[in-house]
Every structure is written in structure tokens, then in C-alpha cells.
Ligand binder design. Structure first.
Ligand code: DGJ
Length: 541
């Protein structure tokens, strides 16, 4: 009691030792989120949109506990922290942090303000009721859109002031313990149904030359410089809107970081990643959002935003693979703050973590009596978390190790594709060949029952993630997959030993059994409940 009183006095006076700030680092094009100075893997659980009240937290912690998540992603709404202009109430944030610490969870806070899924629904009433001061966008005929304008100078000022108040409050209550790891600024921004703002201030900006910072990153299409139309032709309206929104959010993020520096990111309602090359906006996605084709505009206009991240709600494996590829860049860490809660998404965690994502989080991990079906599962009880817990269970005890291996470029991962075809993971010197729908004994070439797909494989649920922890040694985590290790082309090699086991708290391997005989003769057949194997390969002299 006395100790905590003393501590809060010291913190108030700015004297207590601040904890090391979470930060993103990049090396050789790979990324890590450093927490307490070491790579950290976010095994996240995102709560529902209306769970940001003290009375709603119980079902969130229960689901996060069942999932074995280490981090909860939770909205903080402008309407709740500034119900009257200039009067701030952070009591929910206080309760949230207190309970998160009791639950031994970290937090990512989601700032729902000017835009939440493009709409102003989370702004306070005093914003909603004053469209003169807080204008919406206008179409070509001067008709208002539902969406607040990124040229609303007063809106920006007010949102930024509230965000700075939030970050100042976080600094006061969390600079020592560092429960909050990152902050998402706004939520799925952009505009549906209108490509950009046509109000006079916006139009005047549209007719200005494209800023040099944008030209340097977003490849010009028609002319090396000039107005947005001259440089980007049919793409000009969408690109301009992306720039306007990015600049707006970037200023909010920068002001927040100036008082309390934490990694900040934006999330994204995706455009179709398979439309290649991407066509100009045709009313088919939210214009101006950070879709993959305008990541460079966001980087140019909003350097305070560290990451642009995809929200994955199309479970087709080709879509997911394409999005992971498009959002993982040397200048953009892969971070998936949302994906659907249907069981089909579980296997993609292997692909995300194997690729070196700094974290993942299914959406709606919350026993609140609400389901966002058909985006997510209908289940609102423990059945909801099972497909994800199955995978988290294996990664949770080694999350620090895995994050370090990923940062060092040692990991690969993949999910069973919808076409169920074999795949491979290539490592220096060795290749892992993966196949699906097989039983745990024998070969399909033998015909009869051996040729039939194994029971329980009607839907694709396979996946594998591997780390090459020494030149000839691998950790394999996976489910519903047959793995055969082969020497890289033109070399010789054999599988010397396979152990099933786990790592202890000190990061030492603890062997439980050696897999041999039936367990290796037909490849390594990983069952529906994932296992961890340590595979030692060798090259006979
Ligand atoms: C994506 C949004 O970012 C979430 O907040 C939520 O609205 C889901 N869509 C749908 O449940």
C-alpha cells in the first residue's frame, strides 16, 4: 500500500523509473516489436466494438484467457473520453489497465474517433450535432456524404486534442509498467460511395501540385510532376483522398507520440488483392483507406504511423496469401490486428507467424452475446476460441523465442491452400515438403483405403510453421499435415532424429519422446491437435 502510494507520488513527480518503451525495429527488411528490450510476439484477442466499458470486460478476459492470448485489443472511443467538449474522463482506461495487469495481459488500444469503419458514429454528440464546425465531405453536386471531411480543420484539432489527452494520460499511468504496447489511430478509414471530398477547400488542394514526398514514393503514372490529375490520371481522386486522410491521421499520431511515444498503426478494409494491376477506384472499396496500392502515400504523408495493417475477412487462401505478401515489406512490418473468427482462419496463423508477423489477432474474441456472423463464427462461447487456442497453445510458451527467430529470418510458414495441393518451405540446405488429407500411415499409391482422403479433412485446416534453429536442425509446429524433409537439390542428407517436446521457461528444449518407426516411415504426420517437433537432419560423409 505504502509502496504503491510512494510509487504513484514518484510517477506523478516524473521520478519513477520509466519502463523501456515498446518499439519497432527493422533489420535486413525484417521487423520485431521490442517489449522490455526483446522481440515480442503479439498473440492477440480483439474484443467486440462495444466492449469498451468496465461492465463489459469480464467476458473479454474470459475469452482471452481461454485463447491463451498475451494481448487484448480494445477500443477507446472519443465519445466516452470526451463526452462534453474539454471534459475528459479516462476512468474506463484506468479500469482497463488495472484489470489487464491483474490478468497478466498486454494491451493494444484502438482509437475510435473521427472514423470508425469510415463513419463518425464514435464521435461525441457535440461533434455529431455541429456539422458546420465539423463538416462532412461533399460530392460534386455539393451533396453531403456521411463521412467527415479530412479537410475539417476543427475536426482535426478536436480529435487531436482528445488523442493527446489520452496519450498524456497513458504516460501518467503506464510509463513504468508498459501494459499498452501499441495504439491504432482511427479504424478502417476511407469513404464508401464517394471517391474524395469535392468541397471548396478540398478542391483547391486537389488542384495543387502533388507534394514532393508523395512523388518520391508513389510512382507517377503520366507526368513526373504536376497536379494530382496530371501525375496520376484516373487514379488521382483516390490517391488524393488517401493523402488527405493519411495527413490527417499522421498529424494526430505525431501529436500523440510527442507526449508519449508508442508504436502507432492504421488498419484497413481491404481492396481485392488479386486485381492486378489495381484499377482506379470504381465504388468497390473504401476510397482513401490504406489499401496496399497506396501504402507509399501513407508512408509519405504520415511518417508517424509505423505500420499499415490488413484486416482479413476473406478466407480464400489465395486472397490471404496475397494480402500477407502485399502488406509485408521492408518498410512495413506484418501485423494482423483483425481476422475473422470462423474456424477456417485458424490455420492461417501458421502462415502469418512463419512469415515473421509481429503479431496476429482474431476479431470478436469476447463471450459477449453477439456474433458478427457471417464474417465470423456464430459461436459466442468456448467453441469460438478453439480453432485459435489450438495454435496459440503451441506458440504461447515460446513466443519470445519465436519472435527472435523470425526477426533473425529463420522462420517460414504456410497454411493448407483451398486446392489442397502439396506445398513446400525452402530453407538454406533443406526443403520441407508438405502434403495434406493423408492418414498417418502408408501411401496413397497403395490404393484402396490408403488412397482415400483421411477422415476429418473435408475442409482445409492444415498448416505448418518451422524455424531453422541450426543449419541442420528445425522446430516444426503444425496440424493436419504430412511433412517430409529433403536435402536441397543436388545434395545428400537424411533425417537423423525427431523428438516431440517443448521448451521450458528458460528456453531449453525438453524432449518427451522420440518419433521413430510408424511415426516417421510415412513422413511426419501431424495430427489435428498440433504438436511441436525438433528435427535433426544430417549429411553422411
Ligand atoms: C472490421 C472492423 O475494423 C471491426 O471493428 C468490426 O467492425 C469488423 N469489421 C466487423 O465485425
Amino acid at each position: 500500500m505504502l509502496r504503491s502510494l510512494l510509487l504513484s507520488l514518484l510517477i506523478g513527480a516524473g521520478l519513477a523509473q520509466a519502463g523501456e518503451a515498446p518499439r519497432l525495429v527493422q533489420r535486413d527488411g525484417r521487423h520485431a516489436l521490442l517489449v522490455d528490450g526483446k522481440p515480442f510476439l503479439i498473440l492477440g484477442a480483439q474484443a467486440h466494438n462495444s466492449s469498451n466499458y468496465p461492465a463489459a470486460l469480464g467476458p473479454v478476459w474470459a475469452a482471452a484467457l481461454d485463447l491463451k492470448a498475451n494481448t487484448v485489443l480494445m477500443p477507446v472511443a472519443w465519445e466516452q473520453v470526451e463526452p462534453e467538449e474539454g471534459r475528459f474522463d479516462f476512468s474506463f482506461v484506468d479500469t482497463l489497465l488495472q484489470q489487464a495487469r491483474q490478468q497478466d495481459k498486454r494491451l493494444v488500444l484502438l482509437w475510435f474517433a473521427t472514423w470508425k469503419n469510415t463513419s463518425p458514429q464514435y464521435t461525441p454528440a457535440w461533434v455529431k450535432l455541429d456539422p458546420k464546425r465539423f463538416p462532412t465531405m461533399l460530392d460534386k453536386d455539393g451533396k453531403p456524404s456521411y463521412c467527415l471531411s479530412p479537410f475539417g480543420a476543427e475536426t482535426l484539432k478536436a480529435d487531436q486534442r482528445a488523442f493527446v489527452a489520452l496519450m498524456s494520460h497513458l504516460k501518467r499511468i503506464d510509463a513504468r509498467q508498459r501494459t499498452v504496447l501499441m495504439v491504432q489511430v482511427e479504424n478502417e478509414v476511407g469513404t464508401y460511395g464517394l471517391v474524395r471530398d469535392f468541397a471548396p477547400a478540398a478542391q483547391a488542394a486537389f488542384e495543387q501540385p502533388v507534394p514532393a514526398a508523395v512523388l518520391a514514393r508513389q510512382k507517377p503514372k503520366l507526368a513526373a510532376s504536376g497536379t494530382w490529375r496530371e501525375v496520376y490520371g484516373d487514379y488521382a481522386d483516390e490517391y488524393f483522398h488517401a493523402w488527405a486522410i493519411a495527413r490527417y491521421i499522421g498529424q494526430i499520431a505525431a501529436a500523440g507520440k510527442a507526449v508519449y511515444e508508442l508504436p502507432m498503426y492504421v488498419n484497413n478494409a481491404l481492396r481485392n488483392p488479386l486485381e492486378q494491376p489495381p484499377k482506379p477506384w470504381a465504388n468497390n472499396f473504401s476510397s482513401g483507406g490504406p489499401s496496399w496500392d497506396v501504402i507509399d502515400i501513407y508512408k509519405a504523408a504520415a511518417p508517424a504511423l509505423d505500420v499499415v495493417s490488413p484486416d482479413l475477412y476473406s478466407p480464400e487462401s489465395v486472397q490471404i496469401e496475397a494480402n500477407l505478401r502485399l502488406f509485408q515489406r521492408p518498410d512495413n512490418a506484418l501485423w494482423i490486428p483483425e481476422f475473422g473468427s470462423k474456424p477456417a482462419y485458424g490455420r492461417f496463423i501458421y502462415a502469418m507467424l512463419g512469415r515473421g508477423a509481429i503479431g496476429v489477432s482474431p476479431f470478436g474474441i469476447d463471450y459477449f452475446n453477439y456474433s458478427n456472423h457471417p464474417l465470423g463464427t456464430q459461436a459466442t462461447n468456448q467453441t469460438l476460441v478453439e480453432p485459435f487456442e489450438r495454435v496459440y497453445r503451441l506458440f504461447a510458451p515460446i513466443q519470445r523465442l519465436w519472435a527472435q527467430w523470425a526477426f533473425d529470418g529463420k522462420t517460414r510458414g504456410i497454411a493448407e491452400a483451398d486446392d489442397r495441393q502439396p506445398q513446400q518451405l525452402d530453407f538454406p540446405g533443406w526443403t520441407a515438403k508438405l502434403s495434406y488429407r493423408l492418414g498417418r500411415f502408408g501411401e496413397t499409391s497403395w490404393g484402396g483405403e490408403f488412397a482415400k482422403p483421411a477422415a476429418g479433412t473435408e475442409e482445409p485446416h492444415g498448416g505448418a510453421a518451422m524455424a531453422q534453429i541450426a543449419p541442420d536442425q528445425f522446430i516444426l509446429i503444425g496440424q493436419r499435415v504430412r511433412v517430409r524433409m529433403e536435402p536441397a537439390e543436388g545434395t545428400q542428407g537424411l533425417m537423423l532424429r525427431v523428438e516431440q517436446g517443448q521448451f521450458d521457461d528458460a528456453g531449453r528444449w525438453v524432449m518427451e519422446r522420440v518419433w521413430n518407426g510408424d511415426q516417421v516411415d510415412w513422413g511426419l504426420n501431424l495430427p489435428a491437435e498440433p504438436v511441436m517437433l525438433r528435427i535433426t537432419m544430417a549429411r553422411p560423409r
